[in-house]
Every structure is written in structure tokens, then in C-alpha cells.
Design a protein. Structure first.
Lengths: 42, 492, 200
């Protein structure tokens, strides 16, 4: 018998990962706008 | 096989070349633009030691996103299932663990340049040679496998011949790294990480709009049940081996140390923590592309192109273009970092340390540029053969880098770490780890290398403690006359 | 990040079995147009007839790469193929359709322990019935033992926890050996570190 990962955990992982990646993209840009001391590159 | 009509390329070669030209020229232009800021060798190598949080976070994440993360994660998920994808995500622990170490590195050696330099000052000549060999071996195999993977990926996606694609990727990265140094590497890393994240999220959302995770799950349960198993033996066995491999890669490699030196005071720890968080979801998102294929009715021709094929089926030409750009960005963000960090290491720890102790800033600057170009040429020559064996050599690196984890940790934190024990730990960890890799299986290499090294470092330090004067780290890296001027300038 | 090297043939316990005529006659549907039934056959990666070691498969991971073609080859035809498989002991009627379409290869993974049997069939038009089944590929999957798995998990977990313990502990308690110098050289380090500046 195979002990499967429950379906709700699978869904949670997928939605969570996609959401976290989206937040990361937005967060990086926000961080750049907030913190202006970036090695004088920008 | 005459099945080109049904198993054709995702993208027209013309479109591929156009994308390559636009992005390649873009990176080079940015490199030249940012390169004007690098007025000294220190500026070129370490971006003026003034990198802030946003760029620091992005460069930690982008450098760790290799072409493996985007191309291989779907394959990994297809072969080792959801547990395999999660195991892949644990590579971000390397970034999390390096966060406090980055702060410590900057405290101990505010004027340091490379990881090899630290090992030499902390443990002496024997450890220096061992560590240098491991570092160079690892950097070169990573560089070669990445450039090779680039050529292969571009050929698989758009039919651009392997040699052309590989040459263009390398040439572009060498060009902007020579002109812009770490300024250009870190600046482009920021743009590249945004592109990679956005590209993956767009493709994943398109898939989710068509098939929710529930139906993906049901189709897998029916036809490929082990992929959903919580107890998939091969995936679980890979878990800690891969995690330790990743931790070893990050703790030892000058790619990460140079970033620790380059970040502004107080930034390093936060940047690596956030960088790990940014990286964490990517293997799972990319892995989902592979897992979703059966539910979407997409045939998996070969596991290694599963991700791109799914993206192209879902989004048509736009999907293929997105994947092409994402792959190009993930390649460039790692190749440029390797070129920069390895050239620093060769310049400071081989050329300057052994042959040009009194080199002026101007001379060193020239050396760095020559070394970057030389590295590019050597890599290109090694990639000409497109040898699969050469790419697989990278897997040998597991025991090597695993055996460096404890020497680094002990060196950074333990005043009484024994230098002889540390050298022995790297030697024996590598040897026994490689033996386990060959005799037991690939999934034990890094594990055994780390374990052996751990025992030797801890035992030798406990039984034969050797006092170390931390001041030696600072005296030896104290700025000399040319650098003094820079610091005075910077202070004004 | 490194992943599994594909040591495909090392762990393979694959046999291309040539099924007896008896099984074939029971399993194969009778073609309606008996004049032109098209046959499909498993091949190696180059489209040549399969021989012993050609299959790329990993028994301990439960994955296999399959290739097929028309038999005899017909360059002008544009056939459709259907790949089905079942786990030993399951009914022929319950076979899973892994692929249906014009492509000539497929990668199957995530198979559970046991003996799996794959067959492929072909037809020239959507309205035709499927042609006779090919000789079966029999693939025995045997995942690593859970005992070995948990031993490796245990060693790995111990090493990981040791690393985390030392690094976190030292990050909290380790003293800066240069605390005096740094304070003197940099009287207000928090200003520069806080990153609250109003732009460069």
C-alpha cells in the first residue's frame, strides 16, 4: 500500500508556493523602492 | 527518428536568436554602464562593499537559481514526486544557514576578499592548498556544467545549434562581468530574479486556471501514484544528501563569501534570509509544471524538457518565449557570479598570494580582467566536447563540498579549532565520501563526506585544541597603501 | 543545487518479454478491417528494434522511457498510437491509458512496486479500431527498502540538526573578538546599518 500525501496538503503546497513566489517578486521591487541605499547602483 | 513534425521545437530559431541578441546586448550595455562605478579593484571585485538589502536579497536568490532550478525541477518532480520537489526546496536552507555566517564573516574580516584567504589565515598552508583545490574544482565543474546546460537548453527550446548557444551565453556573461565586475553581476541579478519569478508565476497561474491542484492530484493518483507517496524511498534518501550538498556549496564557495564581503554592514544576514525565502518556492512552482502534465493531457516525451513543453502547450508561443527568457536569465545569473567569484579567487589567492605580493591596484585590476577572460576561454574549450561525463563530474563535488562545511563553521566560531584536524577532515571526508558515492550510491556522497568531516573536526578540536588569535585575520587583510587611499576617499 | 544523476541502466530490472500467442489472441481486439491492421512495436531510442539492454529505466525510482514505431515502418503514414499499462494482477480491462496521440515516445514515472506491463497499439484514422497489441514490455519496479531509507534519513537529520544547532547557538552567543576596536572606529554603527537613509 502506498501512503499518499493528503490532497489538501498537496493543494496547499502548490497554492502556497505560487503565492510565495508572487509575493517575492512584488516584495523585491518594493524593497528596492523603499531601501534606496543600494550600492549606488540605482 | 522522423518525428520532427510531432515532436518539434517549441520556438523558431529566428525568434530564439532575436531574444538572445536583445537580452545579451542588454546585459552587456548594463555591464558597461555600471562598470563606470568600479574605479578600483575593490570596487570591481566587491561592488564597493556597499550593496544594500534589495540588491543583496535578489543576488542571493538569483545566483542560487541555476538552470537546474528552472529546467531540472520539473524533471525532479516527475521522477521523485511531491516529496522530491519538497526535498529540492530544502536547498534554500543553505542560504538560511549562511545568513548568520555572512554577518560573522564581515565582522571577522571587514577587509577580506575570498573564502580561500580566510582558510589560509585561519588554518595555514596545508588547509589552504586542500581548500583551494576543492574550490577550484567545484567552481570549474559548476561553470562548465552550466555553460553546457545552457547550450543544450537553447538547442532543445529553439533549435539554436549547441555550439552557437553555448558560445553566445558565455561570451555575453564574460563581457559584462569584465566591464562591470560585481556591480554588473549584482545589478543584472536583480532584473534576472524578477524576470524568473514573474515568468514562473505566470505559467503556473495559467495552469491553475485550467486544472486546479485537486484534478492534478487525482490524475497522478490514478496513473503515477508513487509521485504522491509520502514515503517515496528514493526521494527521502535524496533529502538530506541534497540538503548537505547545498549547504556545502554555499558555506565554502567564494560566490557566497564575495557577497558577504560586498554587502553593507548589517545587511548580510537579512539579505541571505530573505534570499532563501525568495528561492524557497521556486522548485515547487517549477516542479508543478512537471506534475501537471498528465492531468493536462500533455505527453512527457523526455523528462528533461517536461517543464518547457508544458509551458509551451499552455501558453503557445508566449509560453515558449517566457521559458526561453527564464532559462537564459537563470543561466546568466549563475555564470556571471561564478566568473566573478572564481576570478577573484584566482587573482587574490593564487596570482597575488604566490607571485605578485606587492602588486599595485592597477596591476591587480588588469589581472582580474585577464583572469575572467581566461576562465571564459577555458570553460568554452571544456564545453566544446559536449561531454555528458564532464557534466556528471559535478556530482563528485558532493563529498568535496560536504567535507568543507565543518571546517568553515569551526573556523568562524571556534577559537580552538585544530588546523591539522581540519585538513585531515577535508581529505578524509572527500576520500571516504567519494568511496561511498561509488560503492553505495550517489545518494550517500555528500552525506558521508559531511559525516566523516564532522567527526574529525569535532574530535580533533576537543582532544587537541589549538588557540587562535582572531587578530591575525584582520592584520593580514588590513588595507595597504593603494587601498588606504580608497578608504580615505570612501570616508569623505 | 544538484540532483539525481541518471544512472539509468544500473538498477534496471527490465525484461522485454515476448508474450505468447495465446495471451495475444485473448487480449487483442479483432480489427474490423482485417485487410490493413497496422501494428505498433516498441523500439529503442533510435527507432530500431529493441534488444536486451536498450531500455532506459530505473527500477528503484519506478520510471521508464518508452519508444515505439509502426511495424513495419511506413514513412508516409501518420498513425495514432495508444500506450496502455497495468500492474501485475490487475484486469486487462482496467489498464491505464498513459498516452494517446501521434508522438512516438513517452516517459512514465511514479510507478509503484510490482511488475508492470506496457503495450502499444496503432491506427491510421480516428475511425479505425485499434490495431493488434504489441509485444509487451515487462518492467519490474522495486523501490529502495524503507529500512535503508530511514537509516540514511537518520544520519542526515543528525548532521543537519548539529549544523543548525552550532550555527544558531554561535550566532546568538558568539562574541565579536573585535568589539572594542569596532566601537571605537565606528561610533554609531546603527545609523549606517539601519538602511533608513533617504536615498543616495
Amino acid at each position: 500500500m502506498i501512503s499518499l500525501v493528503p490532497q489538501w496538503i498537496f493543494s496547499l503546497l502548490i497554492y502556497g508556493a505560487v503565492a510565495l513566489a508572487a509575493i517575492a517578486a512584488v516584495g523585491l521591487i518594493a524593497l528596492l523602492l523603499i531601501d534606496r541605499k543600494n550600492g549606488e547602483l540605482w | 527518428m522522423n518525428s520532427n513534425t510531432t515532436e518539434g521545437l517549441l520556438l523558431d530559431p529566428g525568434v530564439g536568436f532575436a531574444l538572445l541578441a536583445v537580452f545579451g546586448l542588454g546585459w552587456i550595455a548594463l555591464g558597461i554602464w555600471w562598470g563606470r562605478k568600479a574605479k578600483t579593484t575593490e570596487g570591481h571585485m566587491l561592488a564597493g562593499r556597499n550593496v544594500g538589502l534589495a540588491l543583496g536579497t535578489a543576488t542571493a536568490a538569483a545566483t542560487w537559481i541555476t538552470s537546474n532550478t528552472t529546467m531540472l525541477a520539473p524533471q525532479f518532480a516527475l521522477q521523485l514526486g511531491i516529496i522530491g520537489a519538497l526535498a529540492y526546496c530544502t536547498a534554500s536552507f543553505g542560504l538560511f544557514l549562511f545568513a548568520p555566517m555572512a554577518a560573522r564573516i564581515r565582522t571577522l574580516m571587514p577587509n577580506g576578499f575570498t573564502s580561500v584567504e580566510f582558510i589560509r589565515l585561519r588554518y595555514g598552508e596545508t588547509a589552504y592548498w586542500l581548500f583551494l583545490l576543492i574550490s577550484i574544482f567545484y567552481s570549474m565543474t559548476w561553470l562548465v556544467s552550466m555553460a553546457m546546460a545552457g547550450g543544450i537548453a537553447l538547442e532543445a527550446l529553439s533549435g539554436i545549434p549547441y555550439l552557437t548557444g553555448m558560445t553566445v551565453i558565455l561570451a555575453v556573461c564574460v563581457a559584462y562581468t569584465v566591464f562591470g565586475g560585481l556591480y554588473a553581476v549584482i545589478g543584472t541579478d536583480f532584473i534576472q530574479s524578477i524576470i524568473i519569478l514573474a515568468g514562473l508565476v505566470i505559467v503556473a497561474v495559467m495552469i491553475l486556471a485550467k486544472e486546479p491542484p485537486g484534478s492534478v492530484y487525482e490524475r497522478l493518483e490514478e496513473s503515477r501514484p508513487m509521485l504522491l507517496s509520502a514515503l517515496f524511498p528514493a526521494a527521502l534518501m535524496a533529502l538530506f544528501n541534497n540538503m548537505l550538498f547545498g549547504i556545502g556549496e554555499i558555506t565554502h564557495s567564494n560566490v557566497w563569501w564575495s557577497r558577504a564581503f560586498a554587502m553593507r554592514k548589517g545587511v548580510g544576514a537579512k539579505a541571505f534570509l530573505l534570499g532563501g525565502l525568495v528561492w524557497l518556492p521556486i522548485p515547487l512552482v517549477a516542479g508543478f509544471l512537471g506534475l501537471a502534465a498528465p492531468a493536462l493531457g500533455i505527453n512527457i516525451l523526455r523528462p528533461d524538457v517536461a517543464g518547457p513543453v508544458v509551458a509551451a502547450e499552455m501558453l503557445g508561443t508566449l509560453g515558449a518565449v517566457l521559458v526561453f527568457i527564464v532559462v537564459f536569465c537563470s543561466l546568466a545569473s549563475s555564470i556571471d557570479s561564478l566568473l566573478a567569484a572564481t576570478s577573484d579567487l584566482i587573482t587574490k589567492d593564487i596570482v597575488q598570494n604566490l607571485f605578485m605580493k606587492d602588486a599595485t591596484d592597477r596591476q591587480l585590476r588588469t589581472v582580474v580582467m585577464v583572469v575572467i577572460i581566461g576562465l571564459g576561454v577555458v570553460t568554452w574549450l571544456l564545453c566544446l566536447g559536449r561531454s555528458q561525463t564532464l557534466a556528471e563530474v559535478l556530482f563528485f563535488a558532493g563529498p568535496l563540498v560536504g567535507s568543507t562545511i565543518w571546517p568553515i563553521i569551526a573556523g568562524l566560531y571556534w577559537k580552538r579549532a585544530n588546523p591539522v584536524g581540519v585538513s585531515l577532515a577535508m581529505l578524509m571526508g572527500t576520500a571516504i565520501g567519494l568511496f561511498a558515492y561509488q560503492t553505495i550510491g550517489w545518494y550517500t556522497g555528500a552525506l558521508v563526506g559531511t559525516a566523516v568531516s564532522f567527526v574529525i573536526v569535532v574530535a580533533s578540536t576537543a582532544i587537541f585544541p589549538r588557540e587562535f588569535d582572531w587578530r591575525r585575520l584582520r592584520v593580514s587583510t588590513a588595507p595597504k597603501s593603494p587601498a588606504d587611499r580608497i578608504r580615505e576617499e570612501a570616508a569623505q | 543545487m544538484r540532483t539525481t544523476p541518471t544512472r539509468t541502466n544500473r538498477l534496471v530490472a527490465v525484461t522485454a518479454a515476448f508474450l505468447s500467442a495465446a495471451i495475444l489472441t485473448i487480449a487483442a481486439p479483432t480489427p474490423a478491417n482485417a485487410d490493413e491492421p497496422v501494428r505498433a512495436v516498441f523500439t529503442n531510442a533510435d527507432g530500431e528494434p529493441l534488444s536486451g539492454d536498450d531500455l532506459a529505466a530505473d527500477s528503484a525510482r519506478g520510471d521508464i522511457q518508452l519508444h515505439w514505431a509502426l511495424d513495419p515502418p511506413d514513412a508516409d503514414a501518420s498513425p495514432m498510437f495508444r500506450l496502455v499499462g497495468r500492474l501485475d494482477g490487475e484486469l486487462v480491462d482496467d489498464r491505464i491509458v498513459y498516452y494517446e496521440g501521434p508522438q512516438r515516445r513517452s516517459f512514465i514515472s511514479g510507478l509503484e512496486d510490482g511488475t508492470h506491463e506496457f503495450v502499444v497499439m496503432a491506427r491510421l484514422a480516428d475511425t479505425d479500431p485499434w490495431g493488434p497489441e504489441s509485444e509487451a514490455i515487462v518492467f519490474t519496479v522495486e523501490h529502495h527498502s524503507l529500512r535503508q531509507t530511514f537509516i540514511l534519513l537518520g544520519i542526515g537529520a543528525f548532521l543537519f540538526i548539529a549544523i543548525v544547532f552550532v550555527v544558531v547557538r554561535e550566532a546568538i552567543f558568539a562574541e565579536n573578538p573585535f568589539a572594542d576596536e569596532d566601537d571605537a572606529a565606528d561610533p554609531a554603527p546603527t545609523d549606517r546599518a539601519a538602511g533608513k537613509g533617504d536615498g543616495a
